[in-house]
Design a protein around this ligand. Structure first.
Ligand code: PMP
Length: 419
């Protein structure tokens, strides 16, 4: 064996942690990620992941779109493209956003590798260590992870069954400012929020926008689920009301296919150049191939009908979950009743620790995400997020039944311990 190849066999570098930048300390696996390995075992009913259900997507049709693209436009599709994103797709994104009342200029759109990348870029542009980001309580685990990596101080603002509470937002702003810290933006998910499934009504949207404008705080409106309303369209996007103070994030992950990894940010004009430069430094340009696949799909396929069939698929699953929660969960538990999206949020009596209960649930062949994953401050120990997007309705019933049994056992165990 040569000397060169031997050098690669000496194991991990010494003192690796000390050689990292300090921000690497915030790069921790999410609770969801570590759950995935267990939850994806076939015998487990996973109510944990938020993976879109692609069973309603006609694969023959997608194969045709991709084949035509390569045969007719392969040289462009397989080449580098614009850092800001494909011009035709940016125009089509304006048509998609028009469904939620947004009138936008394609030049104010930056296409990203999923909206997750947009979250990363916005954080990179705005957050210095210690800066405050206001978020809903609870909030999307992937956003919390990104904010943590940029060393933000995350402050949760109270929610109720109608989303973020405007008075609590006023109070949070006041108390953060009293400590002299800077608030960089409010991050929220107004439609069928991840993880609670709740919808922010139109009046609250207006009130929150006006608070943030007055206080000079940007609103980051993350909206991957807006077109997945089951019974009625969601209210107009917040961006429809305020084009100067809202940074809007959209995604095709839930309305077409998450594997294509295409999302976008619609930003106030003054921010666009910074965002493009930040994106170019991380990915050069979003994939021309998947952007053009989406563009051709939007131009030639009945995409509105396809979204309607996704909604139908999720609605049946939502109903199965709500019915079985009613049937199998103890009366002390409460849960949200989402009108769209993927998630139900369950609150149990405070003596139940959902993280500690997880191994028992796995033995009973069901997985969920413990509530603490959705808080930056350790709160949420008696809550859990249940996703209904992926399993069949029968499996959802099976999973909720098994989980209900575990919860009841846990309650009586804790009850006898406390006596
Ligand atoms: N925001 C929210 C609220 C999400 O739930 C997700 C994915 N689950 C994302 C952003 C990221 O989505 P993507 O990168 O696939 O667009």
């Amino acid at each position: 064996m040569s000397e060169v190849s031997l050098r690669f066999q000496t194991g991990a570098p010494q003192n690796l942690e000390q050689r990292f930048a300090s921000r690497a300390a915030g790069m921790l696996p999410s609770e969801i990620r570590s759950l995935f390995a267990v939850a994806s075992r076939p015998e487990i009913v996973s109510l944990a992941g938020g993976m879109p259900n692609l069973s309603a997507l006609p694969m023959e049709m997608m194969a045709g779109v991709v084949k035509d693209l390569i045969l007719n436009n392969g040289a462009e599709a397989l080449q580098y493209g614009s850092g800001q994103g494909h011009p035709k797709l940016r125009e089509q994104i304006c048509d998609v956003m028009a469904l939620e009342g947004i009138r936008a200029n394609p030049d104010d759109i930056v296409v990203t590798t999923g909206s997750q990348q947009a979250l990363d870029l916005i954080s990179r542009i705005f957050i210095d260590p210690g800066d405050v980001v206001l978020v809903e309580a609870p909030s999307y685990v992937g956003a919390l992870g990104t904010f943590r990596q940029y060393e933000a101080s995350v402050v949760h603002v109270e929610m109720d069954m109608n989303g973020l509470v405007p008075d609590s937002l006023r109070n949070a702003i006041k108390s953060v400012r009293a400590t002299g810290r800077k608030i960089k933006f409010l991050y929220l998910i107004p439609n069928y929020q991840n993880p609670t499934g709740v919808l922010l009504p139109a009046e609250r949207r207006t009130e929150i926008l006006s608070i943030c404008r007055e206080e000079e705080i940007f609103v980051v409106e993350d909206n991957p689920y807006g077109l997945l309303g089951f019974d009625r369209p969601s209210p107009n996007a917040m961006r429809a009301e305020d084009s100067e103070n809202v940074i809007y994030l959209g995604s095709f992950s839930k309305t077409i296919a998450s594997g294509l990894r295409i999302g976008w940010a619609l930003v106030p004009q003054s921010l666009k150049d910074k965002l493009v430069i930040a994106s170019e430094s991380s990915i050069l340009c979003p994939s021309n191939f998947t952007q053009m696949t989406i563009s051709s799909y939007l131009a030639n396929q009945p995409w509105r009908e396809q979204i309607a069939s996704f909604c139908e698929l999720y609605k049946v699953r939502r109903d199965a979950m709500l019915e079985s929660l009613e049937e199998y969960f103890p009366k002390e538990a409460t849960w949200t009743k989402p009108g769209g999206g993927f998630y139900v949020w369950v609150n149990l009596p405070p003596e139940i620790d959902t993280k500690a209960m997880m191994p028992k649930a796995i033995v009973a062949k069901v997985a969920y995400v413990p509530g603490t994953a959705f808080y930056a401050d350790g709160f949420g120990s008696w809550s859990m997020r249940l996703s209904y997007c992926h399993p069949t309705p029968e499996r959802i019933r099976e999973g909720v039944k098994a989980l209900g049994t575990i919860v009841k056992q846990e309650m009586s165990r804790r009850g006898s311990e406390l006596k």
